[in-house]
Write a protein that binds this ligand. Structure first.
Ligand SMILES: Nc1ncnc2c1ncn2[C@@H]1O[C@H](COP(=O)(O)OP(=O)(O)OP(=O)(O)O)[C@@H](O)[C@H]1O
Length: 382
C-alpha cells in the first residue's frame, strides 16, 4: 500500500506557518504533490525567499511524509514567490513592494541600513532595488561602490546600476561631484516620480527607498505618488533621535502608511579584551565616559561588555507605544563604517560578523512582515 495524495496533503496540513497562523495547505503553498512507487515529491512555495523558518518547514514536511505507510523516499522542494501588492499601481507596476526607509534625524545610519538590508534580501534570491532619494546626502553610490552616469534605453528610460545583486538608482549618479544643489519641495517630488516611473526597474520583489532625513515633503510626496507597502524606521537609541522618529511616525500615520518596524542602529559599542594569565572572575574596571563599568573575566581571561554610547531602549519604547516591532539592533562597530566607505557593505565584506548576521535577521523579519501584510485579508478556509 502506498500513500495517496490526500494522505500526503493531510500530513502537510499539520504544518502551521508561524506568522500567518494557518496551515500551509489552506494557504495554497503546496504547488506540487507527486507519488510513484513509494517515492514522494512535494513543492512548497513560500511567500518570500527570505523566510527564516524555511529549513525547519522542509524538515518537518519530510518527517511527516516519511512516516506514512509505503513511503520509501521523500523529496521536498522549497520555492518562493513574493506575492504582490493588492493595489494596481500605474507607476512601477512590475515592482511588488515599495518600502520607504526613513529616519527622523540625519546621520543615524539610514543609508547603511537600506543597503545592507537590500543586499541581504537579494542574497536569499529575491529581486531587489534601491532608489536613493536622499537629495541632501546621496550615499548609495559610494556605499555600493558604483559611480558614473546611468545608461538609457532607446525610449530614454534610465537603466539602474547593479552591484551585489541589487539594482540602484541615485540622484548621486546624476549630479556633478561637489556641486551644491538647493532642493525645493516640488523638485524633490518630481525626482521621486521620475525615479519610480522613468527607470527601467523590470520585475522586482522589493524596492527600498532611501528617503532624505526628516519628516518633510519627500515622505509626503512618496506616499502620494505610489501606494507603499510600508515604511521601515531607523533610529539611534538616544532620546533626540527617537523623538524625531516619533514625528516621522505621526507623519506616516497621517498619510496612511503602515510602519513595518524599527531598526535601532549604533546600539552599543562592544568592548572586549583579554588579561594575560588571568583566570575566571578577575575584576576589570573600564572607564567609559558614562562612568566606570565593572566586568569580570571568564576562564580564559576574556572580558566583554557593551557600552551604550547613545543610550538604550529608545526603539523598544517607541515600538511598545505604537505597536510595531523592533526588527533588530545593530551595534556601533567600525567594520560597518569601513564597509560603507569602501563600497562593499559589511554584509559582503565581513559576512560572518555579528553586524552582518543581525542585518540578515532583520531582512528576514522585514520580508515576513510584508508577507503577513499581504495575506492578512485572506479568507479563512476550513
Ligand atoms: N552601526 C554602525 N557602526 C559604525 N558606523 C556606522 C554604523 N551605522 C552607520 N555608520 C556610519 O555612520 C555614518 C552615517 O551613516 P549613514 O550615511 O548610513 O546615515 P544616514 O542616516 O543615511 O545619513 P544621512 O542623514 O546623511 O542620509 C556613515 O559613515 C556610516 O558608515
Amino acid at each position: 500500500m502506498t500513500a495517496t495524495k490526500d494522505q500526503i496533503l493531510a500530513e502537510l496540513a499539520k504544518i502551521i506557518d508561524p506568522d500567518l497562523g494557518r496551515d500551509i495547505v489552506s494557504l495554497g503553498f503546496i504547488t506540487k504533490v507527486a507519488e510513484c512507487d513509494g517515492i514522494v515529491g512535494v513543492t512548497i512555495n513560500l511567500t518570500t525567499p527570505a523566510c527564516p523558518v524555511k529549513d525547519q518547514m522542509k524538515a518537518k514536511a519530510e518527517d511527516l511524509i516519511r512516516a506514512l505507510p509505503g513511503v520509501k523516499q521523500v523529496n521536498v522542494e522549497m520555492t518562493a514567490e513574493v506575492r504582490g501588492q493588492k493595489e494596481t499601481r500605474p507607476i512601477a507596476p512590475e515592482v511588488k513592494h515599495i518600502i520607504a526607509v526613513s529616519s527622523g534625524k540625519g546621520g543615524v545610519g539610514k543609508s547603511t541600513a537600506t543597503i545592507n538590508l537590500a543586499v541581504a534580501l537579494a542574497q536569499t534570491g529575491a529581486k531587489v532595488g534601491i532608489v536613493d532619494c536622499d537629495v541632501y546626502g546621496p550615499d548609495v553610490p559610494m556605499m555600493m561602490g558604483l559611480k558614473g552616469e546611468p545608461q538609457t534605453t532607446p525610449d530614454r528610460k534610465l537603466i539602474p546600476k547593479e552591484r551585489h545583486g541589487v539594482k540602484t538608482m541615485s540622484i548621486g549618479y546624476l549630479l556633478a561631484d561637489e556641486k551644491p544643489v538647493v532642493w525645493r519641495g516640488p523638485m524633490v517630488h518630481k525626482l521621486i516620480e521620475q525615479f519610480l516611473s522613468d527607470v527601467e526597474w523590470g520585475q522586482l520583489d522589493y524596492l527600498l527607498v532611501d528617503m532624505p532625513p526628516g519628516t518633510g515633503d519627500a515622505q509626503l510626496s512618496l506616499a502620494q505618488i505610489v501606494p507603499l507597502t510600508g515604511a521601515v524606521l531607523v533610529t539611534t537609541p538616544q532620546a533626540v533621535s527617537t523623538f524625531d522618529v516619533g514625528k516621522a511616525i505621526g507623519m506616516f500615520a497621517q498619510v496612511g502608511v503602515e510602519i513595518l518596524g524599527i531598526v535601532e542602529n549604533m546600539a552599543g559599542y562592544a568592548v572586549e579584551g583579554r588579561i594575560e594569565g588571568a583566570g575566571a572572575g578577575q575584576k576589570v574596571s573600564i572607564r567609559t565616559g558614562l562612568g566606570n563599568l565593572e566586568v569580570a573575566t571568564d576562564a580564559e581571561g576574556i572580558f566583554r561588555t557593551v557600552v551604550d554610547v547613545f543610550g538604550s531602549g529608545g526603539a523598544q519604547a517607541l515600538a511598545d507605544k505604537h505597536g510595531f516591532p523592533v526588527l533588530g539592533r545593530i551595534p556601533l562597530n567600525p567594520i560597518v563604517r569601513l564597509g560603507g566607505d569602501g563600497g562593499d557593505p559589511v554584509i559582503i565584506a565581513d559576512p560572518d560578523a555579528l553586524e552582518a548576521r543581525i542585518f540578515r535577521e532583520i531582512a528576514g523579519k522585514l520580508a515576513q512582515r510584508v508577507a503577513v501584510r499581504e495575506f492578512s485579508e485572506l479568507p479563512i478556509l476550513q
